[in-house]
Design a protein around this ligand. Structure first.
Ligand code: UT7
Length: 337
């Protein structure tokens, strides 16, 4: 019998501090009106405090996932963390998260694919389930974007925020879970969205710091054009080759980078706004966190058998789409019972 990788639970965590458009108006030359109409964002969360890395949020999200699903940490076989803002260059943030939740029997590694990282990690984790090798895989998407955002760069500082989400993958023999994927990269897009220094090509120096090269650099308008075309193309491709129409799709789960990119993707797929997961207004662009944060926010609205189309575009360039058949009905929300 064919084994597929089903999502059997979700967890999420966002920090308490809310950075509003009103506060950004005091930091850079911008307005709430510009940010809202150009991006759809009203506020984002920021992880404050000394020595607080991405793993802090990842651990809280995974702990919630373990609690919600009644899973023993020691039963986890593998934990993958998709992140662009690891705690350190090495070791992997995934290792720190595994240790933090007590997943002592798991092996762990990080995945770097910028904003598409969660999809790449989900597809990778699914392979270990589909092959029959492992039974419990956790995939985390987490970023502390505030650690690489230049808060003097008004075009980019307004879009990013911090947050973490995660899912548990387990085997299904009922045809639920990840059913198809299209994942792509194009390294010629490197110069439009990247961090100029801090890697092996341009190690940190007094000069790189003075030049503000340790911040995210983005030519937003160029990235925007590539994102609209490529994210919509792969999402439409996944729908077509699985013979899915608008009626068959319960939700589009798009990377939350800019509401205008999300709207364009939904239009191209012929999917109405009521079927588009959206929380960019509250969290901004949390890079690897966006898609699992959407799944967590909409978990109570999802039903077993729902067809979801996940789609993302990010630096690199990287992009992709995954067809996911949801595997469970809502369980009582622990916060409302
Ligand atoms: O998540 C990974 C992939 N990333 C993305 O998908 C992000 C894609 N890009 C975007 O979302 C948008 O390009 C941004 C939100 C980053 C920027 O919006 P834009 O509409 O592309 O702005 P722009 O950089 O082309 O600038 C247009 C104008 C400029 O003014 P002039 O030269 O036309 O007078 C900017 O100076 O808007 C100005 N501007 C602002 N004005 C007020 C740029 N940022 C701001 C701002 N407030 N925050």
């Amino acid at each position: 019998m064919k084994i597929t990788a089903a999502v059997t639970g979700v967890g999420s965590y966002v920090p308490d501090y809310v950075l509003t458009n009103a506060e950004l108006e005091k930091m850079v030359d911008t307005t709430d009106e510009w940010i809202t109409t150009r991006t759809g964002i009203k506020e984002r969360r920021i992880l404050k405090g000394e020595n607080q890395g991405t793993s802090v949020m990842g651990i809280k999200a995974v702990q919630l996932l373990l609690d919600k699903t009644g899973t023993n940490a020691t039963d986890i076989d593998l934990l993958i963390c998709a992140t662009t803002t690891p705690d350190m260059v090495f070791p992997a943030t995934a290792n720190i998260i595994s240790a933090g939740v007590g997943a002592a029997n798991a092996f762990s590694f990080d995945m770097q694919a910028a904003c598409s990282g969660f999809l790449f990690a989900l597809a990778t984790g699914a392979q270990y389930i589909q092959s029959g090798m492992y039974r419990k895989v956790i995939v985390v998407g987490a970023d502390k974007m505030s650690s690489i955002v230049d808060y003097t760069d008004r075009a980019n500082c307004i879009i990013f925020g911090d947050g973490a989400g995660c899912v548990l993958l387990e085997p299904s023999t009922d045809g639920l879970g990840l059913l198809d994927q299209v994942l792509r990269t194009d390294g010629t897009g490197e110069q439009y969205l990247y961090q100029k220094a801090g890697g092996s090509r341009r190690p940190p120096s007094a000069e790189t710091v003075a030049n503000r090269e340790h911040f995210l650099y983005q030519e937003g308008a160029t990235v925007f054009k590539f994102a609209v075309t490529n994210m919509a193309n792969v999402a439409a491709q996944v729908m077509e080759r699985n013979h899915l129409t608008n009626d068959d799709v319960a939700f589009l789960v798009p990377h939350q980078a800019n509401k205008r990119i999300i709207d364009a993707t939904a239009n191209r797929m012929g999917v109405g706004p009521e079927k588009v997961m959206l929380n960019i207004q509250r969290y901004g662009n949390t890079t690897n966190g966006t898609i699992p944060l959407c799944l967590a926010d909409y978990e109570q609205q999802l039903r077993k058998g729902d067809n979801l189309i996940l789609a993302a575009f990010g630096g690199g360039f990287t992009w992709g789409s995954i067809f996911l058949k949801w595997a469970y009905d809502p369980k009582p929300d622990p916060q409302t019972v």
